[in-house]
Design a binder for this molecule. Sequence first.
Ligand code: ADP
Ligand code: MG
Length: 499
Amino acid sequence: MNQSPRSEKEKKYLIDAIDAFNRKLLIIAPDYTILAANTVAMAGHSESIIGRPCHEIILGCHEPCANCPAKDVLRTGSASLRYDQCYNLDINQDMLCLYSYPVYRNGEVDALVMLDFDLQALKNVEERRIRSNGFLRNLIHSAVDGVIASDPTGKILIFNDAAAQITGYTVEEALNDISIRDVYIGEGAREIMRMLLSPEHGGEGKLISYHIDGKNKNGQVVPISLNASIVYENGKKVATIGFFHDRREEIRIQKELEKTQVQLLQAEKMASMGKMAAGVAHQLNNPLSGIILFTKLVMEDYGLPEDALKDLERVLDDARRAKDIVKELLEFSRQTAHEMKPQNLNEIISRTMFLLENQSIFHNIDIRKKLDEHAPIIYGDAQQLNHVFMNIILNAADALNGTGRLTIQTSVCPENKIVCVEISDTGHGIPEDVIHHIFEPFYTTKEQGKGTGLGLSIVYGIVESHGGHIHAESKSGHGTTFFIEFPVVESENGGIQIG
Ligand SMILES: Nc1ncnc2c1ncn2[C@@H]1O[C@H](COP(=O)(O)OP(=O)(O)O)[C@@H](O)[C@H]1O
Ligand SMILES: [Mg+2]
């Protein structure tokens, strides 16, 4: 700063500059009397204002103003701005926003400078501040991820709409009734804090993409991915802010994908087994026909004794059984359906049931049919579909071993354009380690001579060739349900055809 005395020319420029300043400027003594004023401050006063109390000039009152910034300056020794009360008064607005600062001489406040401010400019700044605060608040509230900030005691300071959706708490409840500890399972909040303070999880004060279990208002677990950081102010921890991403949908899609992968693998396995089975079946068919034919000839033509005929009868029985298996193998290996026509599933199921119901194994079984009469038409081969239901129902009868309940239900999921068939029994169920194998060819848990293990693999192939899906759910000891889905035939105008 220039400490040398000012020249007259310099002083004149300074005075001119203060007069040219287009806001009112007063220099006042600590007793509030006016010591000097610029031209704008003097304008409008017929008499000199020098030596008069500033409050008389500014507000026309006898006492120093209640909200006087000069009072602040005298009390604190530093500059003060008073403008807030101005919003409530519309008189003389120009003078009501005042800025004051001290002029020191020999370490004492010798005088005060009082400046009136452009209230409109200040108001604009304030409005911008309010608007930008509002924008930030809006930004936080409309964020897709949950945003939760808490102070070092755990009190929640910020809680946006997505956080409310994830946790089930309303914003008011979160801000008033709960703490950050309530949105985690167990000691989750403490664990997060410990990791935030360590440098190993994305840097000190930061935690990146951490998977943790959150807890909603009902106490249910909500898996979340969390990005969190500590907020510092002047080197002091003032808050923790977390961005919560709900992982439920992601996990659902992942599971679906895994299921599809398993289904794909299964389909691939079936296709290659199918080709192999077809080859073997063709090779076996001719020799088996030969065995049957020549055994019959020997039995008829040679007048053999009774014992020999009995033995040959056994050869014939076994050869016929082998031929039946070959027939099933060929059925299994057929990859495409033969006669695809619009079909009413309810009718096909009723026909299959009619054939089975009168058989003795079903006499003590409580059969319940719940067929949705609005079930739409599907494309299919009636004989093959009959084979599907027959196989599943016969397996159910085996599992029921004479008593229990068998339920066959059809329903529609119009949005997905799918007809669902559920066939459940209250039989012995399928153990967990068995259920993954039931659609595999030759997989059977039945005693030799009772099961071929081909039934469900044929069912699987037929359902897939109809564009459908099949899966089974079971609880060992409590029964089994097969879920079969077929795509609905769409009519030309895009609607579905009702059966
Ligand atoms: N409803 C059911 N309840 C219990 N187990 C079943 C049921 N359906 C099928 N299974 C199991 O799946 C296996 C394979 O069935 P499948 O392919 O029809 O062959 P099979 O009936 O010749 O054994 C059966 O041996 C049985 O263990
Ligand atoms: Mg079977």
